[in-house]
Design a protein around this ligand. Structure first.
Ligand code: GLU
Length: 446
């Protein structure tokens, strides 16, 4: 429930951002956590810090015209929401998916502010993307789209201004085309303008693996706080994209067994443990459906059009997309003995499902904390670019692991401080919020 001073703030957000339901949901989740902070620090409310945080500093919408391989012209819409730069340049990914509209970009940008603050690194929050659907598009079409997208975006970004990266539908290939076009238009080799670059032109080791690895490290910390570990645990990971793949890889290294993963057409169940190399081959090289996994892997079965959360597990790691795990899924997971949930995707669990988990005493790591390893490693990439350095895999992975331990410790300690022990949602929201709010107070009314 909302604090009396926050109720009108939320109503105003809904009023002024009509129809942007995902954005409303993300705002409400943060506001529900920060009531106790307002009691302790009324100056945040007096200075209208919350109203200011809910209003993006700048929102850019633009036309992206491009031509497909048959010569047909297409018009997509491009977005960049520069949400908050109190802690550093705007930082956050680009999402290419047909569901993208202002409300999705704003929910992602809003969450990004607090996630980035939680890493302890000097990065503000932003997000962007397009309603472009990369599915089934040729490499040349992807390139032409990226070039057209950057032809407009280049005037809004920069190493000290706004630093985009990947998200759903945007990986190393797309970042390459985007950086190539940025470099050509601006005539500047400005490595720090984008992260998630290939190693051959200023990318950082471990960035590809970082979100998934980081999420596994975070869950390991949550389990350790309860005297548990991944050893011998059955794990279900939804999705089969970048986050899911490297989550599975790290869970296996940490002693767990991932028994199922999915895509939008269904899930594969493999009791012997998912063969992560096969998933990489199918998704990163062949760019095909997860159903092909069951055709090539003896003993595995493909189940179409059903929820992957019906597969029994002790640890669930939703790593596909927003609102993919609902109240019924949570009930099924709890009944099957699930003790920990780590969100690899952004806001994959619905508010009702989060409540179900918390009431059942399941350790619940929200995306803002659990998936912060991706953007944290982007900040490490910026650091290497700024110093024209290149770190080893081992060193970078150690940095990532330490960052995730620190993120966990901050959430844990903040939840205790505010009298909600074990509540990582409150811990993440309060810690992220106060970091940004303190900087904003000191920066004056801007
Ligand atoms: N899209 C990722 C996220 O949700 C990474 C953003 C970045 O590296 O800037 O945090």
């Amino acid at each position: 429930m909302l604090h009396a001073r926050l109720e009108p703030v939320y109503d105003n957000v809904v009023q002024r951002n009509r129809g942007e339901t995902e954005f409303h949901q993300a705002v409400r989740e943060v506001l529900e956590s920060i009531g106790p902070v307002i009691d302790k620090h009324p100056e945040y409310a007096d200075q209208k810090i919350i109203e200011r945080i809910c209003e993006p500093e700048r929102q850019i919408t633009f036309r992206v015209p491009w031509e497909d391989d048959r010569g047909e012209v297409h018009i997509n819409r491009g977005f960049r929401v520069e949400f908050n730069s109190a802690l550093g340049p705007y930082k956050g990914g680009l999402r290419f998916h047909p569901s993208v509209y202002q409300g999705i970009v704003k929910f992602l940008g809003f969450e990004q502010i607090f996630k980035n603050a939680l890493t302890g690194l000097p990065i503000g929050g932003g997000k962007g993307g397009s309603d472009f659907d990369p599915k089934g598009r040729s490499d040349r079409e992807i390139m032409r789209f990226c070039q057209s997208f950057m032809t407009e975006l280049h005037r809004h970004i920069g190493e000290y201004i706004d630093v985009p990266a990947g998200d759903i539908g945007v990986g190393g290939r797309e970042i390459g085309y985007l950086f190539g076009q940025y470099k050509r238009i601006t005539n500047r080799y400005e490595s720090g303008v984008l992260t998630g670059k290939h190693l051959s032109f200023g990318g950082a080791r471990v960035r590809t693996e970082a979100t998934g690895y980081g999420c596994a490290f975070f869950v390991q910390e949550m389990l350790a706080a309860r005297g548990e570990s991944f050893e011998g645990k059955q794990v279900v990971v939804s999705g089969s994209g970048n986050v899911a793949i490297y989550t599975m890889e790290k869970v296996h290294q940490l002693g767990g067994t991932v028994v199922a993963c999915s895509d939008s057409s269904g899930y594969v169940h493999d009791e012997n443990g998912i063969d992560v190399e096969l998933v990489k081959q199918l998704k990163e090289v062949e760019r095909t459906r997860i159903a092909a996994y069951a055709e090539r892997r003896p003993g595995a079965k493909f189940v179409s059009d059903r929820s992957v959360w019906e597969v029994p597990c002790q640890v669930a790691m939703p790593s596909a997309t927003q609102n993919e795990l609902g109240a019924d899924d949570a009930t099924a997971l709890i009944a099957n003995g699930c003790i920990a949930v780590g969100e690899g995707a952004n806001m994959p669990t619905t508010p009702e499902a989060v409540r179900n988990f918390q009431e059942a005493g399941v350790a619940f790591g929200p995306g803002k904390a659990a998936n912060a390893g991706g953007v944290a490693t982007s900040a490490l990439e910026m650091q290497q670019n700024a110093s024209r350095d290149s770190w080893s895999f081992e060193f970078t992975e150690q940095r990532l692991e330490q960052i995730m331990k620190d993120v966990h410790a901050r959430c844990y300690a903040t939840a205790e401080e505010y009298g909600m022990p074990g509540n990582y949602v409150a811990g993440a929201n309060i810690n992220g919020f106060t970091n940004v709010a303190d900087a904003m107070l000191r920066l004056g009314l801007i």
